[in-house]
Design a protein around this ligand. Structure first.
Ligand SMILES: [Zn+2]
Length: 85
C-alpha cells in the first residue's frame, strides 16, 4: 500500500508517518544503501515533486551539486546570448 505523503514548506514531498523526504528515500532504494548526510539528491527536471527514479541524481556533496547548477545556469545564459546575435 502506498504511504501517505504531503508537500512541505520547501515544496518537497515527505512521508506523513516518518517526515522523511520522499526523494531521499527513493534515492536510497535506487542506490541500495543509506545516503550520507552530505549527499544531495537533485531533481533533473527541476520539478521537486517528480520523484521518479530517472529524475533523481545523487551528488556526493553540496559543492558538487552547486557546481552542476552553476554550469547549467552558465549554459543557459550563453544560449540566450547566442540567440540574440
Ligand atoms: Zn539540484
Amino acid at each position: 500500500m502506498a504511504r501517505k505523503t504531503y508537500r512541505d514548506a520547501q515544496g518537497y514531498l515527505r512521508f506523513v508517518d516518518s517526515g522523511k523526504l520522499v526523494h531521499r528515500w527513493k534515492a536510497e532504494r535506487k542506490l541500495g544503501r543509506r545516503l550520507q548526510p552530505d549527499e544531495v539528491v537533485h531533481h533533473q527536471n527541476a520539478i521537486k515533486t517528480d520523484n521518479r527514479y530517472g529524475n533523481l541524481r545523487v551528488y556526493s556533496s553540496r559543492k558538487e551539486h552547486q557546481a552542476h547548477h552553476i554550469k547549467k545556469d552558465w549554459e543557459r545564459t550563453r544560449r540566450r546570448r547566442t540567440l540574440k546575435r
